[in-house]
Design a protein. Sequence first.
Length: 453
Amino acid sequence: MTPRPGRILRPTGRGLAVLGLCLGLWLLGDLARVTPARQLAAALLLMLVVGAVGIAVSGVGLRARRYLVDDAVPVGASARVMLELEGPAWITVVPLGRGIVREHLPESLGGQGDLPLAARMPHVLHVGRRGGHELGPYSLIVRDLLGLFHLRRTVEDGLHLTGLPVVGVMEPAAERATGISREGARSAAPAPGIGEIGPIARPYASGDDIRRINWRASARTGQLMTREEEPAAGQSAVIVLDTTRRENPSAEVEDALVSHAATVLDALGRSGWEVRIVDASGDEITRTGRRRGLSGPSPLGREADAVAQRASLLALADVDFDDDASGGIGRDHAAGHTALAIALGPDDGDPFSGLQLDRFAGRAAHRTAIALGPALEEPDAAHPAQPPHRARRIGPADGDDFGHAHLQHAAELAAVRERHAPTRSPLGRWTLVRGTAADTLTDLLTADEEQSR
């Protein structure tokens, strides 16, 4: 149960027991004239006073601040978090109490965990799911040395951590199979003709190749100018995510689909394509232009590309598979001169049914549809899921080692890939590739033709 923000001071069970015993011995000493009973009651009362003084001193200046060093990391990675005490907390100077910091985290970030109270408490959180995650409140819990009083200060800071889709590696064979590298936007763009914009002059930036300085423009403007080639035209690609609502959605499949979309987006961008990603309703999730850092050693171009890539990953991280496909039927969602189309969706026996993929492809010559099923069987009554292990907070000295559970998971996925190889078959004007969430994009796009299914 997550506590409410605020400050609570109360006696512990031991403190209540000591108080009750103190009152009982004092009454016994008064009624029976037993001197040792009064002495014991006085000793217990002194313990309560010492405990009260200790908890009062420990609570002076007990305020903390938490912030994220990494506010967005790929799924499976670790996000760095800093939690530190504000100002001179007396508990760190006068050791009259013991304390911890309890973080009430969601299960996707490891669940509840404790940190020893100190002036600075750097730690990392393992991000297990895609999307936004509220860190939840944290509690500063202090007890006196005798364990008689309990002080809890709960703070809600509203921090938000985003799990980004994982950008994988797309091998050259997979790029050739989808038409990414064979007719990339940069190589397919025609040369500038009469009246078209050719090389564009821009201010010289540190790191630019001196051989690309435009001396004529530099003499005209009075400052060094660099030539930056800008293609007169380019080709665009569209990535369709089948985000239709389903009765039994698989989070594993959804995360794999979004990660594959991010990988394809990265591969297309590196090859100079303009890319749009749309959902089942035809709404645009994100859009990227030709990368500015492709034409030469341009620091500003590379920085702009990094900003655009981060924005696209953040948009993909928030994708929900809850659209109504009927809302997108009957409209032509293709835009521009689409030359390549890739669709990604769950395999529920009849993938992409009712979606009318041709509506998204326009005049695309290369059309590839990828349908994924779950890699591991869902738990049922006969094979219930194992309860999750309690999360462990780790510090910088622990590195990225979270135990050996990831090795077992990787072995299970490898066994799935061996049992269920991806297959390729026609789907109208599209090439349908069916596999599981354990398959990589290279495995899927280089699959053999389907013989029988």
